[in-house]
Design a protein. Structure first.
Length: 172
């Protein structure tokens, strides 16, 4: 694929970092922390997860994730359940109320983003839209088996070896 102008990896990483910062700043409503909202989104995308897996995916300690899950449970957005093949294993899953909360947050987020996008030229909006498939592929690569932050060999934030973490399902 030919690029209109040469872009090195550092420039690309910096640009994607700016997009990440923009999305964090535009995160509305701000009634919960980014980590709580992200955990809810992770449960929606990847299905029920163990606390240790959630902690590793969200880059927080297991005690911090325990507090996050307790808050999600208290608010009715998540619940603990048994693993179907091993009743001793406890999983966390999103509830219908959690899905509704994510939809509410995404709608508010989209409204703010739409206001900014409206100020861009049609060419800029088209360029952003054209980049979406590549961003989807980049995201898929980050969660591909054997790749991404869960397989760096450094282990999870609470010391969980990365090799012991179950990857999100491919079809999520």
């Amino acid at each position: 694929m030919d690029f209109p102008s040469p872009v090195n990896e550092l420039e690309l990483a910096a640009g994607l970092g700016r997009v990440y910062s923009l999305m964090r700043v535009l995160s509305y409503p701000r009634d919960v922390s980014m980590t709580v909202a992200s955990t809810l989104g992770t449960l929606e995308r990847f299905g029920p997860r163990r606390l240790t897996e959630l902690a590793a995916l969200e880059a927080v300690s297991q005690p911090a994730m325990t507090q996050i899950v307790s808050r999600l449970e208290r608010d009715g957005f998540a619940e603990r359940c048994s693993e179907p093949t091993d009743g001793r294993v406890v999983l966390v899953r999103i509830t219908g109320a959690g899905r509704a909360e994510l939809a509410r947050r995404r709608e508010a987020h989209a409204k703010v983003l739409a206001e900014l996008l409206a100020e861009l030229s049609a060419d800029d909006r088209a360029a952003l839209a054209a980049a979406l498939p590549a961003l989807d592929r980049l995201t898929a690569l980050a969660f591909a088996p054997g790749r991404g932050p869960l397989t760096t060999g450094r282990g999870g934030p609470s010391g969980t070896p990365a090799a012991n973490i179950t990857r999100p399902p491919e079809d999520a």
